[in-house]
Structure formats: C-alpha cells, structure tokens
Design a protein around this ligand. Structure first.
Ligand code: SF4
Ligand code: SF4
Length: 474
C-alpha cells in the first residue's frame, strides 16, 4: 500500500519530566527538517503544522526523553498534537467532508469548463496521460467536437453562471491538441465573446502544444484576449527525449519558434508547463528556469510524470524539485506543480481554512465536455456524469444533490481512498490526481504510483518546513 507512513509513537502516551501525561495524536507526523535545524510536526488529517526543536520531534517519535520545552509543549497542545484525552481524529474529518460536500452541492463552486475539442494529437509525448486515459484511439467515438456541441456547451455554461449569480467564468479549449479542430476553436471563441455580457465575463484559454500556431491565428487569438498555455519539457535534447511529434521527431525548435512568434506579435506566454519523465529525470535542470526568466515569464509549472516514476530516487527528486522551487522563487517566478499542492493545502489548515481537494475536479470546481457531448469531471476521466443532450436551460441539473457529480467529489476526498489510509499527507493530497488513479485502476494497479507518493511526501516535508522557517511563501 502506498500510504502506510504512521510514526511509531503516534497514539501513545508521553510523560513530561514534570509528571504531566499527554496523548500523542494518533495521526501525528514528526520529521526532522532536512534543510534546517528543527523539525516539522503536523497531523496527517487535520494539518496545523508547526516547527519544533529536533529533540521534541524525537520525543514525539518515542526515540528520546520526553523533555519538551514549555513553548513547544504549549504549541503542540494548542494545535491538538498532544492532548489529555483521546479524540476521534476521523470524526472531525468526516464532519469537514460532509460540510464541504454540502457546499459544492448545486455546483456552487463550478466556474471552469474544459472543452475537449480534439481527442487526438499531432504529438506523441512518451508520458501523455490523455493518450492513456482516452479511449478515442480505439475508434469507438468521434475524435473532434462539432461546433454545435461546443456552442451548446457555451450556452449551458453561461446560463448556469448567470442563474447561480456568478459574474465570471473560464472556458479552456483542451485536448489532445485543440488546434487540430482549429475551425471549431475559432468559431467557438467568436461565439463565446459575442455571447458573454457585462453580467458574466469569460476568460478563454487555449491549451496547445503550439506547433499549429501560425502568425495569423496567433494574432487573432491575441486580439480576442485568449490566454495561451504551452509546454516545454526542457532545453534542446532534454525536451526532445520525451516531447516528440507523432512521427518521432524532436519538438524543441518548433516550440521555441512559436514562443518567439507570440512574443513578436505582442501576445507572449506568461508561463510554461513541463513534465519530468523517467527519461529526463537525470538531465532535467535549471536551464528551463533560466529560459523562463529570460523570457520574462511569471510562472513555471513542473511536475514529475503522474503515471510513472518507477525506479526514480524519491529523495533526490524531492531535493531537486525544491532546488528548482527556490531558484524560481528567487527569480520572481511562481513555481507550481501537483507536487506543491499537498504543502499548500497543509499550510492552509494552519490558517484555519477548510479542506481543499487535490485539483479543480476533485474540489468540485470544474467539469469537462468530450467530443460526443459527454460531461466528465476532467478531460482525462472516463467517469460519465451527464450528457449535454439531457440538459435544458443550464448545466445545473448535473450538480444536483447525491448525483454522480457529488459522488465523484465524495469518492475523491480525504478519508475515502483506501490506498491512501495511513499516509502522512492523506488530508492534503487525498489521492493525488484522480484521473491517474483511475487509469492505474483500469490497468489493475491500486492507488497512486508509489514512487510518486514518496516524492510528494518528501517534497511536502521540505516545502512546509521552508515556509515555516519564514523563507518564502508557497
Ligand atoms: S502534446 Fe499533450 S496531448 Fe499531445 S501527446 Fe503531448 S502530452 Fe499528449
Ligand atoms: S496519493 Fe497522496 S495521499 Fe495517497 S498515498 Fe500517495 S501521497 Fe499519500
């Protein structure tokens, strides 16, 4: 099981030199800060992270005398890590989840729609999740969305936003490679820009590999304020090891050519996404951060491949992710990724914020429409939660209480995923990418990829400690 990480002393008693007896929380996590002098402590379900002296962490782990300085003892008690009597750790989480599911009922948080306008792609990246997730390639469903389906999706989405009092929403054109259906993309963008009204504004995003962008289309998109999202997996041959055309050729030169084009026409990228695949673990380096900085980018997203990190040294990987995070942050670049989310969620509990699921889909903040008009939680999921043809007047009915959508959120939340029980970041990772787990389930593997889990856990310890040391914000 990927999740078993409970510390040896969790749930036991400790007696201080003053003779006071405390129960150590059954889900307490206590790790020495790998980059500092102290240790970081949190509750695997409820969070509330704090820094304590290393001797205190040793005592909490049952590895040393229970001599806990008064300040640390005070904080540990205040955060519920030490208590006089046994509390029910799980009950609090169940209550929180029930509250959250009540909150998302009716789609109250949905303001993001993803249209899978083309299920196929002209690239064949070695790690592509869509290729693994999407049954399009078995020939059983159309690969391209029709304009009528896209227009209907926009209408229903806008009506839903209006009727639920929202003033803004986002539509992302996704794939596969959406520009393989360029005509549908451009017609739908025109339609959406004309259908939005001052009462509901739309942010439009095109998630593309960029290779089909020509000067005219790029300028056209710029005029309509369409945000362009692109990926580059490294510099030169690093990218070309994994990000290749369907014909097997490297794509670096072509992608950089399109980044140049976007700069030239005055519609530059604000950031880039990168996947660190098993093939590039040893060669992925700071060059991409330097590249992003040299282009004046504001954010950089890099992530280990969410489907397969087998054989990778998790400790070294977590170290390198942190190095990249520090380097980017020091250059004014916002470094993000799936791997930073558990830390972000965990730190939010320290500010008494409610549970946040792993991604927009698991949090009940988005839905996607596939080329057939099927409504799914995310472009890489096969969980069917409705169909456009069954709806009139807005997306609302698919979010009705106890329906498939609500069940999806509930099934992907903290405490509900068997493979994650006992994991030290269960309350803040909650299964990681649900689509990746879905795919692994289909191939007979349970839960998230174990090496990836270890990378997430180690990166979380480092990021949380870094933040608590007050060095920078996550
Ligand atoms: S560009 Fe995206 S959709 Fe296309 S093969 Fe690569 S990862 Fe998959
Ligand atoms: S998916 Fe996340 S919560 Fe589940 S075992 Fe892996 S790291 Fe832990």
């Amino acid at each position: 099981m990927a999740g078993s990480q409970e510390p040896a002393n969790a749930g036991s008693r400790i007696v201080t030199p003053q003779g006071e007896t405390y129960l150590v929380s059954a889900r307490l996590v206590a790790h020495d800060d790998p980059d500092g002098e102290g240790a970081v402590v949190w509750n695997a379900l409820r969070g509330r992270p704090i820094l304590v002296p290393r001797e205190t962490a040793r005592a909490l782990r049952g590895e040393g005398p229970a001599e806990i300085p008064p300040q640390a003892l005070h904080e540990l008690v205040a955060k519920g890590h030490l208590a006089r009597s046994v509390g029910d750790e799980k009950a609090g989480v169940d209550e929180r989840v029930a509250r959250y599911v009540d909150e998302i009922r009716g789609g109250s948080k949905v303001a993001y729609l993803r249209l899978i306008v083309a299920d196929d792609c002209n690239f064949a990246c070695t790690y592509c999740i869509h290729d693994r997730a999407c049954p399009a390639r078995d020939g059983t469903r159309p690969r391209r969305m029709s304009f009528e389906t896209a227009r209907r999706a926009v209408d229903l989405f806008l009506e839903f936003l209006r009727s639920s009092g929202r003033t803004a929403g986002t539509i992302c054109f996704d794939g596969g490679e959406p520009l393989l259906a360029r005509d549908v993309v451009t017609r739908t963008i025109d339609y959406a820009r004309q259908a939005e009204r001052p009462d509901v504004g739309l942010e439009l995003i095109l998630a593309t590999n960029g290779v089909l962008l020509d000067e005219r289309t790029a300028a056209w998109l710029g005029e309509r304020k369409v945000v362009i999202g692109m990926s580059l997996d490294g510099i030169g041959g690093v990218n070309d090891l994994v990000r290749r055309t369907a014909g097997g050729k490297g794509t670096f030169a072509s992608i950089v050519g399109k980044i140049d084009l976007l700069e030239r026409i005055g519609h530059p990228l604000t950031g880039l996404s990168a996947t660190i695949a098993r093939e590039t673990v040893g060669v992925f380096g700071r060059e991409l951060i330097d590249f992003a900085r040299s282009r004046g980018m504001k954010w950089l997203r890099f992530d280990p491949d969410i489907l397969d990190m087998r054989g990778v040294d998790a400790t070294r990987m977590a170290e390198r992710l942190l190095e990249g995070w520090r380097l980017g942050t020091a250059s004014g670049i916002d470094v993000i990724g799936f791997w930073t989310r558990p830390a972000t969620n965990l730190l939010a509990t320290g500010e008494n914020k409610e549970f946040l699921g792993f991604c927009l889909a698991a949090r009940g903040e988005t839905v996607a429409i596939d080329p057939r008009g099927e409504i799914v939680p995310c472009p890489h999921s096969r969980v069917r939660i409705g169909h456009l043809d069954d709806l009139e007047g807005g997306l609302g009915p698919i979010f009705s209480g106890e329906g498939r959508y609500e069940r999806y959120v509930l099934e992907n939340t903290v405490g509900r995923i068997p493979a994650c029980r006992g994991c030290e970041i269960e309350g803040f990772c909650a299964g990681g990418c649900a689509a990746a787990r879905e795919i692994r389930g289909v191939t007979g593997e349970e839960g998230a990829e174990p090496t990836l889990c270890e990378i997430y856990r180690q990166a979380t310890r480092r990021l949380v400690a870094e933040r608590l040391r007050g060095k920078a914000a996550v």
